[in-house]
Ligand binder design. Sequence first.
Ligand SMILES: NC(=O)c1ccc[n+]([C@@H]2O[C@H](COP(=O)([O-])OP(=O)(O)OC[C@H]3O[C@@H](n4cnc5c(N)ncnc54)[C@H](O)[C@@H]3O)[C@@H](O)[C@H]2O)c1
Length: 251
Amino acid sequence: MPFEKTTAVVTGGASGLGLAIAEGLIARGTQVAIFDIHAEQLELEVKRLRADGAAVNGYVVDVSDRAQVRSAMAHVRFDFGPVLILINNAGIEQFGKFDEISDEFWDRVMAINLRGPFICTQEALPDMKAAQWGRIVNISSSSAQGGQSQMAAYVSSKSGLIGLTKSLALELGRYGITVNTVPPGMVVTPLLERAIAEGRFTASLEHFAKITPVKRAGRPEDIANATVFLCQDESSYITGQVIGVNGGRRT
Ligand SMILES: NC(=O)c1ccc[n+]([C@@H]2O[C@H](COP(=O)([O-])OP(=O)(O)OC[C@H]3O[C@@H](n4cnc5c(N)ncnc54)[C@H](O)[C@@H]3O)[C@@H](O)[C@H]2O)c1
C-alpha cells in the first residue's frame, strides 16, 4: 500500500503544526481532509492549498464530539475514500497553578487533547482494518516527557496520549496499522506565540534557543517531516515509539 494516493485526516490542521503536516502529506501526493473547529481559518487555508493544486477538503469538526467526528469521517469517505492515515494533532494549551484548575477546564483539556484522539481513532479504524494498512501519529508534547510546572492538565492529557499510542501499537500491529507519537518541543506556531504574548513563559524564545543543543526553536516543518516519515510505507516496522523532535532538549 503506497501511502501516496491514500487519504489522511489531519485534526487541527488549519493552523501551526497541523497545517505543516497537511502540507507535508499533500507534497507526497496524499489526499488530505482537515478537521478543525475554527471555520474561518480552515476555509482560508483550504482555499490557499487548493489554489496550489492540492486535493484537500476542510471539515468543521470539534474532535471531542463523537457525532461530529462520525459525520465528518463519513463525508471524507464519500469525498476521498477510506481513511488510512490519521494525524491526531488538534490540541489546546493550559497554563496556571494546579490549585486553580477548575473541574470544567480539566475536563475540557482532556476532552480535546485525549478524548479527541480516542474518538477519531475509533471512527477511522474500520477503514484501516479493512485495508490491513494504517498509520496513526499522535502529536503529544515534550512536556509529557519531563513534566512542566503550571501545565498539569495539559501535561496529563499529553502523557495519556503517549500511553494511548503504546497500547494501540500493541493492539493494532497485527492489522498492519502502526501507531506512533511525536512529542514536539518549543515550535514557533500561533499557539506558542499566543503563550509568549500572554507572558506564560518566564524565559524568551531566544533563551530557549540558547539552551537547545541545535541552538534554535523548532519550525512546524520539523514536526511535519517526522510525521510524514512515520506515515511512509517504509516505516511499517516502527510502531509504539515516541519520536522526540525537540532539537535535543529531551532524549
Ligand atoms: N507549538 C508547540 O511548541 C507545541 C509543543 C508541544 C506540543 N504541541 C501540540 O501540537 C499540536 C498543535 O499545536 P500548534 O502549536 O500547531 O497549535 P495551534 O493553536 O496553532 O493549532 C491548533 C489547531 O487545533 C484546532 N483545534 C483546537 N481545538 C479543536 C477541537 N476541539 N477540534 C478541532 N480542532 C481544534 C485549532 O483551531 C487550531 O487550528 C497541539 O496538540 C499542541 O498541544 C505544540
